[in-house]
Ligand binder design. Structure first.
Ligand SMILES: NC(=O)c1ccc[n+]([C@@H]2O[C@H](COP(=O)([O-])OP(=O)(O)OC[C@H]3O[C@@H](n4cnc5c(N)ncnc54)[C@H](O)[C@@H]3O)[C@@H](O)[C@H]2O)c1
Length: 390
């Protein structure tokens, strides 16, 4: 049967960006994710493209646009520099191909707004799958955003405890995000938009409640701060009445250390660093931290990609259906198969609106920082979609 044949075929994924994240995603897809193949690679640096494509048996495309347009690419991952996300996401939407873009959705609110509106325009009329989590944002369309913490088993367990109110309501969240050293060219504001953005997505996802106001502060900077306000401390207030305190310390020196703790009415629960061994030696007991984020989140990246591929596959997605190619095969698939946006909606991946919500919190945090720590309200996605993007 045509449809069976299609669902048995791997999803052919094109990856734009062959740097750290593009390479990581390509290797995971090639070796640890079921149901997909890496069909193409495009990077502004042709040597990087060639090397990565060779290592995973994919074709090299001269640029992101030609990769998106290629009939042998069913779906697209964007892992190129932040400023390219808007342009490639819009191109993927124009080609009606599902796209998983690395965070941020786009650096500016105006770009995010354009993406969300374009994604909503092509949204199917199929009803969303029922969920006990109230939907606060527009339904997802074809765009997903790589907020992989949602797939980390420890973070997911924490969220279950919140959902089920196992220990009562969640009152406070404490997040710690520490790294070894800041990247060259980092600023206080880029630390918020590049690094803190993970906490900014994590907290409302964890509590199922949007961030409504923020306050930014910083103590005297570390001697390793390299011109930044480092560490930074900020609070996120949610519509549910909870408050999250978040420490961001890029130059903490000792390792990549990210943790979260939820204070409930009748207990406290914390994420646990995945670790293989504890070493007892010379009067001390030690576990190790990775030098960067990749070891800590390796399983989350794998599960995120698997969830995305599973959603695409379960929608009996193939090149014809995704590309909206006219003719009997496309119409048959679209009428009989579960709608891809419904599948993506149920997959747990962050949507374009979630990506936009994160950028609106970034905007408020930067405003709070610039004002010397004023409590700053956060604009809602719905308001910004209705009104002016500025
Ligand atoms: N989810 C996460 O945990 C996480 C972690 C790190 C980075 N990121 C995000 O992933 C993306 C990539 O980050 P990275 O660390 O891999 O960076 P990187 O610098 O290692 O790689 C970026 C690649 O993009 C390529 N590129 C730049 N402009 C391009 C264009 N116009 N077309 C095609 N390729 C282009 C560069 O040549 C480079 O190879 C960024 O958006 C970043 O914010 C996400």
């Amino acid at each position: 049967m045509l449809e069976q044949r299609r669902t048995q075929e791997p999803i052919r994924i094109g990856i734009i960006g062959a740097g750290i994240m593009g390479t990581d995603h390509a290797q995971l897809l090639a070796s640890q994710v079921r149901g997909a193949v890496v069909a193409g690679i495009a990077d502004a640096d042709p040597i990087r493209s060639e090397q990565l494509a060779t290592s995973v048996g994919a074709k090299v495309f001269k640029d992101g646009e030609s990769l998106i347009a290629a009939p042998e690419v069913d779906a697209v991952i964007i892992a190129s520099a932040d400023h390219t996300h808007h342009r490639y996401t819009m191109a993927a939407l124009a080609a009606r191909k599902p796209v998983l873009t690395e965070k941020p959705l786009a650096p500016s609110i105006e770009e995010c707004r354009e993406i969300v509106l374009a994604d909503m325009e092509r949204e199917s009329s199929a009803a969303p799958q029922s969920t006990n989590r109230e939907r606060k944002y527009p339904r997802p369309g074809l765009v997903s955003v790589g907020f992989m913490r949602r797939f980390d088993p420890s973070c997911a367990h924490l969220r279950n405890l919140v959902d089920e109110e196992t220990y009562g309501r969640a009152l406070l969240v404490h997040c710690v995000s520490r790294g070894v050293s800041s990247a060259a060219g980092s600023s206080t504001e880029s630390a918020i938009s590049n690094s803190a953005i993970h906490e900014i997505d994590f907290v409302p996802w964890l509590l199922d409640s949007p961030v409504t106001a923020v306050t930014w502060q910083a103590p005297a900077a570390s001697k390793h701060a390299d011109g930044l306000a480092d560490p930074q401390l900020f609070t996120l207030e949610t519509a549910s009445g909870a408050i999250a305190s978040c420490e961001l310390f890029l130059n903490a020196r000792y390792g990549h250390d990210v943790r979260s703790e939820v204070v409930f009415e009748e207990g406290v629960a914390s994420t646990v660093e995945p670790t293989l061994t504890t070493v007892n030696h010379a009067g001390a007991s030690a576990t190790t931290f990775g030098p960067d984020w990749r070891r800590r989140w390796a399983e989350a990246y794998r599960l995120e990609l698997q969830a995305w591929v599973d959603a695409l596959k379960s929608a009996a997605l193939n090149a014809d259906a995704v590309n909206g190619v006219a003719g009997p095969s496309a119409s048959e698939t679209q009428s009989n198969a579960p709608d891809v946006t419904t599948r993506l909606h149920a997959s747990g991946l962050a949507s374009a609106a979630d990506g936009m919500a994160a950028i609106l919190v970034v905007e408020a945090l930067i405003a709070s920082h610039r004002s010397g720590g004023m409590r700053t309200p956060v604009r809602s996605v719905a308001d910004v979609l209705r009104g002016s993007p500025s």
